[in-house]
Ligand binder design. Structure first.
Ligand code: PNS
Length: 171
């Protein structure tokens, strides 16, 4: 079977946007909105990585993603805990969406895309350039600012801002 963006069963074009989303930023949301226009169904998939110590639990990250995408009817939120290609096959999707902010992202993304291609050549990775407005933005930067009670208003959706304030509330 050749690489295709249609699912075998339904003919719907299903894509998966995977990531840590700890937490979702305006940069992620911009990619979600743009990718949702390109596919019939976009699954935003949170990696449940037991070896990392995230700020937000998987359920909290999924909840925040659900809140900030509630106006996008063809977007759903899910999580996975093993190989991404297994999750993609289980969902009958064929496309991985990833955002690229700068050349520094490129090497890592190329390695991931090549690995996923090696694991399943029917799965295609599609890259979208991050909106230049958010090219410097990452979840780590956002957490660092929030930890020191800086203003993250322009960097994350309001729901996430509130969640960060609650996490870093002084005792
Ligand atoms: O937001 P992130 O942390 O850059 O996302 C990385 C992610 C979750 C896409 C990547 O780590 C991943 O797909 N992990 C699942 C394990 C896997 O499939 N590894 C092989 C491909 S590198």
């Amino acid at each position: 079977m050749s690489a295709s963006i249609s699912t075998a069963g339904t003919g719907k074009r299903v894509a998966v946007y995977p990531g840590s989303f700890d937490p979702v930023t305006c940069g992620h949301l911009d990619i979600i909105r743009r990718a949702a226009k390109q596919f019939d169904h976009l699954i935003v998939a949170v990696l449940n990585n037991t070896s990392k110590k995230p700020l937000f639990s998987v359920d909290e990250r999924k909840q925040l993603l659900a809140e900030v995408t509630q106006d996008l009817p063809n977007v759903s939120i899910d999580s996975f805990r093993d190989l991404l290609v297994n999750f993609i096959r289980a969902k009958e999707a064929h496309v991985i969406v990833r955002g690229i902010r700068s050349v520094t992202d490129f090497e890592y993304e190329l390695q991931m895309a090549s690995t996923n291609h090696q694991l399943d050549e029917d799965i295609e990775t599609i890259f979208m350039m991050t909106n230049p407005k958010y090219s410097y933005l990452s979840s780590s930067i956002v957490k660092e600012i929030a930890m020191f009670h800086g203003n993250v208003q322009d960097l994350v959706p309001p729901e996430v801002q509130q969640a960060l304030i609650a996490k870093y509330k002084p005792e």
